[in-house]
Ligand binder design. Structure first.
Ligand SMILES: CC(C)(COP(=O)(O)OP(=O)(O)OC[C@H]1O[C@@H](n2cnc3c(N)ncnc32)[C@H](O)[C@@H]1OP(=O)(O)O)[C@@H](O)C(=O)NCCC(=O)NCCS
Length: 161
């Protein structure tokens, strides 16, 4: 009982489950803290209400500490975003979210999964390569930031069995 209460209020091992529109208020700030161009809460809510969008979340107690979101149309899916809260990074949480998410996409009929990633985003590239994604093309000068050299987007693909 004490363990359960501690995990509820302090957050123990994160628990993974499907996300829904009610998670928009928690996903938006995590997205904003993780990306240069953050999504607003209404933008996230619109995505989560889209019947083609599949999303999972990681909760530590009541706190959302990670999410992953894809759009799937027929047998193709695109990972739109994945993020883990700074304090929880480097512990395999994104890997767990991605594994669960790919299993769900496969169950929904996806045969191919695509995504775009900044060529300089080493943690994300490592995450995807370890999960079996490989580069199929590259879009030069895709990510521009003030004062920084524009970076290429790598387009990665993984076929699901
Ligand atoms: C990318 C991100 C989701 C990874 O989350 P995470 O929970 O820390 O990832 P994991 O702990 O599951 O690690 C995944 C792999 O990346 C590696 N990794 C994690 N942090 C790293 C770092 N700072 N540098 C290099 N590799 C790193 C891990 O070692 C692991 O590889 P391994 O299995 O070979 O050990 C997280 O860094 C994040 O939210 N970044 C900001 C948002 C973002 O860039 N999302 C991806 C957009 S495409």
């Amino acid at each position: 009982m004490i363990g359960f209460l501690r995990s509820l209020f302090l957050g123990g091992e994160p628990i993974l489950s499907e996300a829904n529109a009610r998670d928009a208020a928690a996903i938006a700030p995590l997205h904003a803290a993780s990306f240069r161009r953050g999504w607003s809460e209404p933008e996230v809510e619109t995505l989560l209400l889209d019947r083609h969008v599949v999303a999972h979340r990681a909760l530590a107690g009541r706190t959302l500490v990670g999410f992953i979101m894809s759009r799937q149309v027929e047998d193709e899916a695109e990972i739109l975003s994945v993020a883990v809260a700074g304090a929880k990074r480097g512990r395999g949480l994104a890997r767990e979210l991605l594994t669960l998410h790919l299993r769900r996409l496969a169950g929904l009929g996806a045969r191919t999964v695509f995504l775009e990633v900044d060529e300089n985003n080493k943690p994300a590239i490592r995450l995807y390569e370890r999960a079996g994604f490989h580069e199929i093309s590259r879009r030069p000068n895709y990510y521009a930031a003030p004062g920084a050299k524009p970076a290429a987007a790598l387009v990665l693909r993984r076929d699901l069995a």
